[in-house]
Write a new protein. Structure first.
Lengths: 627, 107
């Protein structure tokens, strides 16, 4: 018979109506799948009882695709066809490849589309397809474990993932035949796993130290919504550094010259690294570890490493993570004492000294009772369970916010933000724009993402044209631009001219993305350049204003120029040339002054034009008719 | 009248109750639904109703409504693994027939 799970009181489902939902942690190194059974969220193991699935896929010439540890075991013998760390490639463009080619040891093939392809024995594959294989594997494991088809999944992504990277993750899920309820930020998932979303509000720090990457995220909870205040981290810092420190220490004491001998002896290095890893794990529970490693054919080298010695070795690395924490707090404007909870994520947070230093910095004990490797998947599973509707009594949570601001280009190559970063999604915002020139019948909508004021400093997401605007004087058309971001952080933009109803829209589905470092740089730049940007914006705004004034003066002179005497005209022309000169410079105050001068000198002209048009309108009518 | 639990079922129920942080025990029941007429239910029990019958086996309280008791008398609750799948299983002497999927039964 079907195997049953314990339900909450009064919530037993009818046969065939159990909604099976899982959370998936699609990681750079390892992936996990978790679900809620009998009220408890836990990760699901494979046939051998192993929970972690190495995020490695191998493509063979005969078309076979292997995933996980079976693929990983070929990493050294068949490196070009055994793909690891493809998460780093998600949402990347061909253009990003130059920087990556040295970093990831794969052969990339050029292709007419913008998505990079990796050449393997089984054909060229994209990062999305490789990720789909991993997700498919997790899906099979989940369906075998739960005895049925999944209604939906929650997949976690780093908080700094941009639109393109999120879209790529969603595409991979679709390829794997999964229905994505929602993409969830990894730090948010970790906080959910500890039930921190059940609290009213508070600031939480998520300290995530994995094998090769470090991330710190500062989250703020307000009315059930987690806002990412700041993120920071290092993509080349983690537990592997601890192993390396032990290995170097060991070789030094064994008097093995690292560069001369061991560097060339891969077999020896592998043995030493393996031992270093074991010693690190032993030192998480013991005060000292006995090391024994075969250095050459003749003898074993034996030595003891104490926990204190180990801590001295890894201290510089931990200090680096603490420096990132300090920076993230400063950026979010939060004091360490304001942080109510510190959540530990990633296997390397098992090292007691890491916990100690983190506790010391934040002044409180971090939360560690959920397995740090599983905590993200567990939180995702809880969210998936809620979204599947298995707990009708519980309030549905909307948990995500936009990672970077969205806006459009306006005159002067400026970016007008329409939705600010950290706005809770899903969200729809509209803003009115107008035409700049008389008789303008089309408008180009350029959609951008980023925090800076200038178009060239932000990331271009899409461009589309709104055509068929009825000819009107500048400023008369009302064009409403609407931004809609769905629950996964994906954007669609539409523009409509109100009087005529003409409209155009675009689904933003960019085929390339930004690296986490680029995002971080973009954010940091926006802080660093805040003042420059402000001045630049003022200048650009004044330049646009100057153009507008000159444009309207031109059409006014053409129409009613005869209202002016030669002297008056000369004076206005003089002001005009001063303004034109200032317009070419970069002093926004000078432009402003010139505009004011021109406007005050043309006051009389404007008054006469007004009179004339009023007289024209009133010709043949009596004044009373207009009262 | 009796209801019993296997060791594995008792351990898992205790474990789940502990992680949930509240609850008196488990409530077993029978629902009239499904392709063969009836289906088993298993829920956490937070409160006792006046007419409830309570059994205790291996340190776990099993709570049953008298209407369900008619169909469940003599049942043993087990926790088992089938491949990767795991969960609770009812071994019920009253059961006469089952639907193919095993989610419902008749007496």
């Amino acid at each position: 018979m079907a195997l049953l799970q314990i339900s909450e009181p009064g919530q037993s489902t009818a046969p065939h109506e159990h909604k099976l939902a899982v959370g998936m942690d699609l990681g750079t190194t390892n992936s996990l799948v978790a679900t809620v059974r009998s009220g408890v969220a836990d990760t699901l193991a494979d046939e051998d009882g192993v929970h972690l699935l190495p995020s490695v896929v191998r493509y063979s010439a005969n078309g076979d695709v292997t995933v996980g540890s079976n693929a990983l075991s070929h990493a050294t013998t068949d490196p070009l066809n055994t793909l690891a760390s493809v998460k780093r490639l998600m949402g990347r463009s061909e253009r990003d490849l130059t920087a990556l080619e040295g970093y990831l040891p794969y052969k990339f093939t050029r292709h007419e589309s913008n998505v990079p392809r990796i050449d393997t024995a089984g054909g060229a594959v994209t990062a999305v397809e490789v990720s789909a294989e991993i997700l498919k594997h997790l899906r099979q494991r989940a369906e075998l474990s739960l005895g049925g088809e999944l209604v939906g999944v929650v997949i976690t992504v780093p908080a700094y993932f941009d639109d393109a990277q999120r879209q790529a993750t969603k595409d991979a899920a679709t390829l794997a035949g999964l229905n994505v309820f929602r993409l969830l930020n990894e730090p948010t998932a970790a906080a959910v796993a500890y039930g921190l979303d059940q609290k009213a509000e508070g600031v939480t720090a998520i300290y995530d130290l994995g094998g090769g990457t470090f991330d710190i995220s500062i989250l703020k909870l307000t009315r059930g919504v987690f806002e990412v205040l700041s993120t920071g981290g290092d993509t080349a810092l983690g537990g592997d550094d601890f192993d390396r420190e032990i290995a170097v220490w060991l070789l030094k004491h064994a008097k093995v010259e690292i560069d001369a001998q061991a560097g060339q002896d891969h077999q020896l290095m592998r043995r030493v690294m393996k031992e270093a890893r074991r010693v690190k794990e032993v030192l998480s529970t013991q005060q000292e570890a006995h090391i024994s490693v075969r250095l050459n054919k003749a003898d074993d080298f034996e030595i003891t490493l104490s926990r204190n010695q180990f801590e001295t070795l890894i201290e510089p690395h931990i200090n680096k993570t603490i420096a990132w924490c300090r920076k993230a707090l400063r950026e979010s404007g939060v004091e360490p004492t304001d942080v109510e909870n510190v959540v530990m994520v990633g296997g390397s947070t098992r090292t007691p000294y890491v916990r100690e230093k983190v506790a010391e910095f934040f002044g409180k004990e971090p939360l560690t009772n959920i397995d740090p490797d599983k905590v993200v998947a567990v939180g995702a599973a809880q969210q998936a369970d809620k979204l599947a509707g298995n707990n009708p009594d519980e309030e549905m949570l909307l948990l995500d916010v936009l990672p970077l601001s969205l806006g459009i280009e306006t005159m002067g190559e400026l970016v007008e933000k329409i939705i600010d970063r950290n706005t809770v999604i899903p969200v729809t915002r509209a803003q009115k724009f107008t035409t700049f020139k008389d008789g303008q019948t089309a408008m180009r909508v350029h959609v951008l993402q980023g925090e800076r004021e200038k178009v060239s400093d932000c990331r271009s997401l899409a461009t589309f044209d709104l055509t068929g605007i009825p000819p009107m004087v500048a400023g008369a058309a009302h064009i409403v631009v609407t931004f809609q971001v769905d629950a996964d952080g994906l954007l669609s933009v539409s523009a409509e001219e109100e009087s005529s109803g003409v409209n155009a829209s675009v689904e933003v589905k960019p085929s390339y993305g930004l690296t986490d470092i680029e995002i971080e740089t973009m954010l940091n730049d926006s802080f660093r350049h805040a003042k420059d940007d402000m001045q630049m914006r003022q200048l650009a705004e004044q330049q646009v204003e100057a153009d507008r004034v000159l444009e309207s003066l031109k059409s006014a002179l053409a129409k009613d120029g005869e209202l002016l005497s030669e002297d008056e005209l000369a004076k206005i022309e003089q002001c005009k040339s001063i303004l034109l000169a200032a317009r070419q410079g970069d002093d926004s105050d000078a432009i402003k002054q010139a505009i004011q001068d021109l406007e005050s000198d043309s006051e009389e002209f404007i008054a006469r034009r007004m009179n004339r048009s009023v007289q024209q309108v009133m010709k043949g009518h009596r004044v009373e008719e207009f009262e | 009248m009796s209801i019993s639990l296997t060791d594995s079922a008792a351990t898992h129920v205790k474990n789940y109750l502990e992680k949930r942080g509240k609850g008196l025990g488990v409530r077993l029941g029978v629902k009239t639904t499904g392709c063969s007429g009836m289906a088993y239910t298993i829920e956490f029990a937070d409160q006792l109703e006046a007419e409830d019958q309570v059994f205790e086996d291996k340190g776990v309280k099993v709570i049953i409504n008298p209407k369900s008791m008619v169909y469940l008398d003599g049942t043993e609750l087990d926790f088992t693994r089938e491949g990767l799948n795991e969960g609770f299983k009812f071994t019920n002497p009253n059961e006469k027939d089952r639907c193919g999927c095993g989610e419902s039964f008749s007496v």
